[in-house]
Write a protein that binds this ligand. Sequence first.
Ligand code: ATP
Ligand code: MG
Length: 243
Amino acid sequence: MAVTAPTIARLSGVHHHFDGAVVLSDVALQLGAGEVVAIVGPSGCGKTTLLRIVAGLISPARGDVTRPEREIGFVFQEPALLPWRRVEANARLLAASDDDGIVEQLLSVSGLTEHRRKWPYQLSGGMKMRLSLVRALAARPRMLLMDEPFGALDSITRNRLHDEFATLHKSRGFSALFVTHAIDEAVYLADRVLVMSEAPGRIVREFTVPFARPRTSALRYSPEFASLCGAIAESLHELAGGA
Ligand SMILES: Nc1ncnc2c1ncn2[C@@H]1O[C@H](COP(=O)(O)OP(=O)(O)OP(=O)(O)O)[C@@H](O)[C@H]1O
Ligand SMILES: [Mg+2]
């Protein structure tokens, strides 16, 4: 595995099952300090379960997990907002008291400034997801775990948030492990892309992303980018039993 930085989280020999059905089988992964790692895999293969195990929200049936004790941020697949707090108060929920600047910056870049007085029920699905992301990033986590954080967004907002995420990552240096169904997103954001098999999920392939940072949108249209996305798509297709 191409991790050179000190490891911030590590899983080895992790197995998990729900109601007797094996969901994860012998999963090993490590996340280096400051590293961004993406996980892709078929629906139901155990990606969310794996992320929850890394976060410590689930104890695996077997296996070893090490993670930072504190400062773990989590963006859930379903936006988890406090319905009795307005957008602005949700965004500030986990931010340090002297952190006004970052909340404002994040609200602005995610297009939520003008909606700051709304209640969560008044937001669209994509806006709720953006707010969940803002809240997690405002806490300045050491390790950020994200479950399809950009999935519900239109492509313009999505690409803008990708670049903002990369800028924040550069300035803060947190580690991030995220799940996505979008291969181009995995390649644009990550240092490594891990491919999971169909359930019971295992990590069966690993792709190192060689592109220098900062990455710009021109990269998305380059042949090298398309070629790596194609190789990852092919490995997913093979896993699904395709020719
Ligand atoms: N709390 C639970 N109780 C019982 N079964 C569960 C629970 N959570 C997940 N599962 C089952 O575990 C398997 C993996 O679920 P998981 O949510 O981890 O998949 P996923 O890879 O994140 O899928 P998707 O891409 O659709 O989000 C599924 O068969 C799911 O039904
Ligand atoms: Mg999931």
